[in-house]
Design a binder for this molecule. Structure first.
Ligand SMILES: Cc1cc2nc3c(=O)[nH]c(=O)nc-3n(C[C@H](O)[C@H](O)[C@H](O)COP(=O)(O)OP(=O)(O)OC[C@H]3O[C@@H](n4cnc5c(N)ncnc54)[C@H](O)[C@@H]3O)c2cc1C
Length: 390
């Protein structure tokens, strides 16, 4: 184990799953995370896992660990979204999209992002350093070092993997600015409410759409799972999305959490059908959080001159809108692919990042394009010359 470690920036889903892969392959690594802990900020929202996503996770974890992971996932019956009109409470025919949501065993499989992160973290704890904000890197004669916001540098690694999400400085540096993330202007609010508030919906995945809101179209997506329905300790999440201009945080500060975000969600839904009211009346106000809808270049992951010692995974390489629910599913494919290539090479080798980027560009470009296409319809989001980058 005398080889230099793999350095990983950010302890998000993609990074932690890559770490699991490296752990199994006995390749040394260090992760640098800006937050003080895994539970530092709201982690509540739920991820739906596709067949591709589950396959990638299984490949990395191996059969036994995957079985444990599978048991942690929630499973919901039904085949897709049920579209409901927010005002009448009735099924909204136009929104019966042909979007299949189920994956393994014909079920809709989901898990909270925070829980997935904690699971992937197991066994990696000693290799994760918190309060380490990566702001770039420097190449050395025979390796690479991460540079932190306080001006200090990491130990020398064989490879730096930027997995620090949409604001990744590693992505900007390695791609010479070619990797861009656009702010689509649409905003969301994530909320959580006790399971009792969802009783009027029944089991399934619901999209509740308000097309007559004076601020513009506002909708929520939520997943009601039967197994947890009667557990008073469980809260289900819902995710609200508004077209550009519909949801506005005070002073445009989308890092605000809690009552301010909860009050805006309540105000936006005040005319909604009584069937949906409990979701907002009973919401856990402290968990309410804003989020911005962003997207990488919609034509796909750009080509940049490969740097053998630096690459990017997950949202850092391909940020997607929530339409289609494929961001995390694509991120875990990166971890599986890069992990496999590093395993096959017995650790860092000069050809690994080029091979990884070649493979990643194919499926990730397709995913970004598809998610953007869906978002243009669902959230009136559009990228043009005037669209700002984040
Ligand atoms: C409301 C919502 C719902 C979603 N639903 C789905 C879904 O159903 N299915 C799906 O597939 N995807 C979904 N997504 C997308 C999914 O969450 C992301 O694609 C996924 O989390 C990306 O993983 P990642 O590891 O690349 O980045 P992240 O999980 O964002 O992790 C990045 C990590 O890097 C850290 N970091 C950031 N900057 C720095 C820095 N400078 N230095 C060090 N560390 C840093 C962060 O603190 C974080 O821990 C959803 C997203 C949202 C917002």
């Amino acid at each position: 184990m005398s080889q230099k470690p793999i350095l990983i920036s950010g302890a998000g889903l993609a990074s932690l799953l890559l770490a699991r892969s490296l752990l199994r392959s006995r390749i040394p690594f260090h992760i640098f995370e800006r937050d003080a802990s895994l539970s530092f900020r709201g982690q509540g929202y739920r991820l739906r896992l596709s067949t591709e996503g589950l396959d990638a996770i299984e490949k990395v974890l191996g059969p036994e660990e995957f079985q444990r992971f599978w048991e942690r996932c929630g499973k919901t019956g039904g085949s897709g979204f049920v579209g409901l009109d927010a005002i009448t409470g009735q099924v909204f025919e136009q929104h019966k999209m042909n979007e299949s949501l189920n994956s393994r065993e014909g079920l809709i499989v989901g898990i909270a992002r925070g829980e997935m992160r904690r699971f992937f973290m197991e066994g990696c704890e000693e290799f994760v350093q918190f309060n380490r904000y990566v702001k770039g890197y420097e190449l050395t004669e025979d390796g690479v070092r991460a540079i932190f916001a306080d001006g200090t540098k990491s130990i020398e690694g064989a490879l730096l993997v930027g997995g620090e999400g949409i604001y990744s400085s590693v992505a900007k540096q390695v791609s010479g600015g070619l990797l861009k993330v656009y702010d689509l202007g649409a905003r969301g609010i994530h909320g959580q409410s006790p399971t009792a508030a969802f009783k009027t919906l029944g089991e399934g995945v619901f999209r509740v759409v308000d097309d007559v809101n004076p601020r513009g179209r506002v909708s929520i997506i939520t997943n009601v799972r039967p197994d947890d329905m009667d557990d008073p300790n469980v809260e289900f999440g819902w995710t609200m999305v508004g077209v550009p201009g519909a949801i506005k945080a005070p002073n445009d500060d989308y890092s605000i959490v809690g009552k301010t975000a909860a009050d805006i969600a309540k105000e936006l839904t005040k005319d909604w059908n009584p069937r949906f009211k409990p979701l907002f009346d009973q919401m856990n106000e402290s968990e309410a959080a804003f989020w911005k809808i962003t997207c990488s270049t919609p034509t796909g992951v750009p080509e940049w001159p490969n740097e053998a010692r630096v690459t990017v995974i997950g949202d850092a390489a391909h940020s997607m809108t929530p339409a289609g629910g494929i961001g995390a599913n694509t991120a875990v494919r990166d971890s599986a692919l890069l992990g496999q290539l590093l395993h096959d090479a017995g650790g860092y080798a000069p050809s690994v990042t080029a091979a990884y980027e070649k493979g990643m560009r194919v499926y990730a470009s397709e995913a970004v394009k598809s998610s953007y296409g869906m978002a243009t319809k669902a959230f009136s989001a559009q990228i043009d010359d005037s669209t700002k980058t984040v």
